[in-house]
Design a protein around this ligand. Sequence first.
Ligand code: GLA
Length: 396
Amino acid sequence: MKIDNLKGKFDKVFNNGDQASLFRAPGRVNLIGEHTDYNDGLVLPIAINLSTYALIATNEEEKVRLFSENLGEKKEFFLTDTGIKRNDWTDYIRGIVSGLQNRTDPVRGFDLYINSEVPVGSGLSSSAALEIATAVGVKKELQLEDLGDLELIKLCQSAENDFVGANTGIMDQYVSYFGKSGAALLIDTSRPSHDPFELDLSGHELLVIDTTVSHTHGGNEYNKRRKECESALKTINENNAQDNRFSSLSQISAADLKKFKSYLPGIQYKRTKHVVEENERVVQTAKLLQEGKIERAGELFYASHESLRDLYEVSSSELDFLVEFAEEEGIPGARMTGGGFGGATIHLVPKGRLEEYRTKAKSEFEREFDIVPKCFVVLPSDGAKFQPTPNNYQQS
Ligand code: GLA
């Protein structure tokens, strides 16, 4: 953890370290259920042991003052200027403040010092961790007691959707908030609601390999996939009787889809098939993991990757390389995780093979792409809601 002497560092930047409280929110890894959340489907993520830390204190100015330790950047904006996008990391914070103002909350000025262990652009949800850490801190320090759990999560999601311009689903913010130590969260995003269960990987580690090839959601391809799903739903509903319409692609069964194939344009059919089958894989994976059938769950990881590569078309040569490497090495399961177009893969590695596997994966990847990937062994961890009180974290 990088929280050593954060109060001292806060004090150097803003001069009021003794007033500051520390908040934390984790990144996440999605085990399975990719590109299903904005289709009201199922996802199976864990919050991970890499977090973003936010030290917050109110100030007497009509301003939000920000410092990112990772970037070494100090920024500020007036509370009256929250509608102005800057196309940088401060937009996440502007989006949250602007969302609170729309709720008619009286937003006071505050100082925010950010330090993050979650690598940016790696598919581990650094932006959700930043949003949730900030929102829980702002809620506490500005005494916004009536801001409920789900409302806070949605506020962060809408900062991303409406402010940053990435039309992402609710998964990342949800698990960063509700994640549970030692558990995976089976989330039904249509409600949304979740069902945590103990994650026992029976002698395996969950290794993340970050290709370090950055993905950007604000961009186009992610939003384009979402639109393609909306178009598919529209086509299906236009071809169905009034009493047989669907409110999301996740309501469609595999049997239904067979009937719709004749009229669905190719791209729309492929996207829908991925969503329908991925939802089924989530249900099966959750069951298999709870039964300790890790090898069979791993097969579904591979199947998910194949579907994301061929049907949903969000993989990349770097991600495919790592998953093919895993298959060649006889690892039970591997897949890309997160939105795709770069980012990271997850690998179910037998504990005894971890060092050898990690070393070989890194060197083979470097030989192929001339890039050194980053590796993390991740553990299911508590989300922001389950943190000890900020006082426990305060540094002397
Ligand atoms: C990104 C988004 C999530 C989800 C995944 C793909 O991480 O933020 O909402 O859509 O991609 O499953």
